[in-house]
Design a protein. Structure first.
Length: 234
């Protein structure tokens, strides 16, 4: 197989469970556009393979909802802080989802998600988008609602442009970069640049935080329910 094919989203799967890895390996192999370049049983193997294979995405299975599991995510991101890591949880609460996203995860998925939506999440993360399954997005929406009353406009470094805010409003509707590009007649790279720029201007670490900040400051509309503002993958 050609690992240099830039049309493919290359994936490294990390899980303690052999059967789980085997099942996902078979499932991902049957999908177009994704290539599973390797799998790892522990974080040490994962770090070695991240360095040697340089995957686009790391799919990190964290079956135990306890704080030591989060250290695996942090160790992988220490090797490459810009690496897109999707955390696959066996059950999750808002504390875990928040911890993973604040640690730099590119997405959080519940392990009950089906293969089609898992692949959708992989592609979303590869394009710089945040992948959340519905069960996790509901929890995040509640968190966003709590955070909305605590924002301070003094933390906004530079006021976003009207185009940046329009892009962010479409992000809040759960639209992908590709869909936004089509709607606004822009390239996907331009959309990604707008998202990065508006996030920086709002002092946010990712698009979810940027949406929450912009809404709390009245920069974008608040007529859509919180769950629908997130990029859902199931």
């Amino acid at each position: 197989m050609d690992f240099t094919d830039e049309t493919l989203t290359t994936v490294l799967l990390v899980s303690d469970f052999v059967l789980f890895r085997q099942a996902l390996t078979i499932a991902i192999a049957q999908e177009e556009g994704c290539l599973l370049v390797s799998e790892a049983a522990d974080v040490d193997d994962a770090i070695r393979l991240v360095t040697s294979r340089k995957p686009d995405i790391v799919l990190l299975h964290l079956p135990a909802p306890v704080s030591p599991s989060m250290q695996r995510l942090k160790r992988i991101l220490e090797v490459d802080p810009d690496l897109a890591v999707i955390v696959l949880f066996d059950g999750v609460d808002d504390t875990l989802a928040k911890a993973a996203l604040m640690a730099g995860a590119a997405g959080c998925l519940d392990s009950s998600v089906d293969v089609a939506h898992l692949i959708q999440g992989l592609h979303a993360a590869a394009n710089g988008e945040l992948a959340l399954s519905k069960s996790i997005a509901r929890l995040m929406a509640v968190m966003l609602g709590r955070a909305n009353g605590n924002s301070d406009s003094r933390n906004v470094v530079v006021t976003p442009t009207p185009r940046e805010l329009r892009v962010l409003e479409l992000v809040s509707l759960g639209m992908t970069n590709r869909a936004i590009a089509k709607r606004l007649l822009l390239s996907e790279s331009t959309v990604r640049a707008h998202v990065r720029s508006v996030s920086q201007k709002l002092g946010s670490q990712n698009r979810v935080q940027a949406v929450a900040r912009a809404m709390s400051l009245g920069m974008i509309g608040s007529h859509v329910d919180g769950e629908d503002r997130l990029a859902l993958v199931d």
